[in-house]
Design a binder for this molecule. Structure first.
Ligand code: 5RP
Length: 234
């Protein structure tokens, strides 16, 4: 059911893609539906160039026959389409459940527009039920963990910090970094937390996407709805 809804959101988003566009292509199971739908449109004659946000998406997009380029070759994109782990009413997102948050954020920030595609379970009033992924440099992991803990304390946030994959087999991102998942429960002030995380030298990037998404297509049993920001902020 959820997978079918993800497909519906992806198929809605593909309708917004027109010939000549330069497209950022997200990562995850919802984005994979988008890649397949885009591949079909390309085979039907749509002329686009895509910049994938992960090695996994790159492989699938190639298989689908989508023309690809790097962000170095095309540094400005028209539109990025990507999934999310959580979406709040201001279209602030938690991303990185699939571990691709760094490239996803770089690509989204280089795009004129970012459309989020998701099933209705991803829409929340307050972010934080989903553990916040924080991409960290391998060097100095212990020191970075201590700095992360003190940022959580500073923000009155309690919760565990967990190295994704565990100490014996840590998950390694496409960029060669680790991910620490912060189990916070609630993130009342995402912008403040984002600033504080950015100030830690060992933090490469975090999964709070603020001011990047321009709209979201949310699929539920009663159809696909368009979500736009409730407030003009972020
Ligand atoms: C990958 C992501 C994904 O967009 C996010 O995890 C949602 O994944 P899915 O579409 O499989 O539910 O941020 O880094």
């Amino acid at each position: 059911m959820s997978d079918d809804l993800k497909r519906q959101a992806a198929e809605r988003a593909v309708e917004d893609v027109t010939s000549g566009m330069k497209i950022g292509i997200g990562t995850g199971s919802t984005a994979e539906h988008f890649v397949r739908a885009l591949g079909q449109k390309v085979r039907d004659g749509l002329d686009v160039v895509g910049v994938p946000t992960s090695e996994k998406t790159h492989a699938l997009a190639l298989k689908e026959g989508i023309s690809l380029a790097t962000l170095d070759e095309i540094p400005h994109l028209d539109l990025t389409i990507d999934g999310a782990d959580e979406i709040n009413p201001d279209l602030v997102l938690i991303k990185g459940g699939g571990g691709a948050l760094l490239r996803e954020k770089i690509v989204a920030a280089a795009s004129g527009e970012m459309i989020v595609i998701a099933d209705g379970t991803k829409v929340v009033e307050a972010l934080g039920q989903f553990p916040l992924p924080i991409e960290v440099n391998k060097f100095g992991l212990g020191a970075t963990m201590i700095a992360l803990k003190s940022v959580l304390d500073q923000n009155d946030l309690q919760g565990e910090l967990e190295l994704r994959g565990g100490a014996d087999h840590p998950f390694v991102t496409d960029g060669g970094h680790y991910i620490v998942d912060a189990h916070l429960g609630k993130i009342p002030y995402p912008a403040t937390l984002a600033d504080d995380l950015n100030a830690i030298p060992g933090v490469v990037e975090h999964g709070l996407f603020i001011g990047l998404a321009t709209k979201a297509y949310i699929a539920a049993a009663d159809g696909v709805k368009t979500l736009t920001k409730v407030s003009g902020e972020n």
